[in-house]
Write a protein that binds this ligand. Sequence first.
Ligand SMILES: Cc1ncc(COP(=O)(O)O)c(C=O)c1O
Length: 421
Amino acid sequence: MNLTTRDQKHLWHPLTQHKISPEALPIVRAKGSILYAEDGREYIDGIASWYTAMYGHCNEFITRKVAVQMQNLDQVVFSGFTHEPAVKLSEELIKILPGNQQKLFFNDNGSTATEIGIKMALQYHHNQGNNRNVMLAFEEGFHGDTFGAMSVSGLSVYNGAFEEHFIEVLRIPVPLGENNSEIISQLKKLISENNIAGFIYEPLVQGAAAMKMHDAGGLNEILKVCKENDIVCVADEVMTGFGKTGKYFASDFMETKPDVMCLSKALTAGLLPMGLTTCSQKIYDAFYDEDISKGLFHGHTYSANPPACVAAIAGIELLISEEIQQKIKAVIKSHQAFDEKIKDHPKVTNRRQLGVIYAFDLNVKMERYGNLRNHLFKHFMDNGVFLRPLGNTIYILAPFTISQSELAKIYSVIEDLLNKF
Ligand SMILES: Cc1ncc(COP(=O)(O)O)c(C=O)c1O
């Protein structure tokens, strides 16, 4: 039996309606930007495996360090114990996070990172006896698949079946420049009429909403109004974090800093699963008390898993290196040149770029998971490029380490599609 047949026997894949989806493609190896399939075919990973493997797959600088750690300390309970990898990671991460971030809370993935962000916002007010139990979020945001994260997400295909179980959430549109003052008026009205505890947002780029980008000045104004009203600002940087926007974090583009930040994906460079929720001293202090019930009683078994911490430390070392910073600049420049090339194509609309994130829409209406979208996906895969169109949006978010020739291949396969479609 080949892998596909064995897979079908017992496995249930994420985001998949098995009755109508094609069978899963077996991947046997990955190196740099390339995924190697069981049948010998190769695919350029144009989305860095959901934006995780930003320093390339199986990067030896990272894998070697993780291998050493695995011989030394594999796992230990993080409630009551600590260890060098967790402490070192906190020291290294604090150096690159916005200056107000002071404390790190470990978890397992992006959804748990945001779930804890939401809990921090709600309990921050609860601990102070404030009657605030409503979250504020952007329309069309995506923050993960656990209940709190689903509640604040706006995409119904993911969360529609569970709507009646959600926490209370109010929504505002993203700021696009021309609507900024309208949103601020709407926000002030919502604040005056509701007990808003926190605001959760994907800063500048809404990934799952199809790499929709918004205005930094407008977001800064929203954050300022929230802060003036003691609304806890929770930046979900699960997608945008660790250099993808051209700065270490998307929050670096705004003067007003978040109270809480949610991190995962590129945090561990695609090697091991881990999430982190960080916060300012002010948030931490609201939980610091002789009263045990004011603590954050949330804990995941694998919190601060030592090999995952080592992967994260190595990832940060790479991110801040001159070599990776130069590679980021090179990818940004290549995307700009490609954008210039396709900008007048009649099929291309809504082009957008922030850092190494490049996206545009095809001038054709399409369902998010419909046949037409699948046709695009097939075109890319048939030509050895792994890109996952989101409806009619085609986006590239490749590893920073991708070579110029690999990038050229991605561009040419996209151009080929534009000319054929
Ligand atoms: C902005 C954002 N938040 C949260 C998540 C959830 O992360 P995970 O899939 O690791 O649970 C994602 C995943 O794509 C995301 O893009």
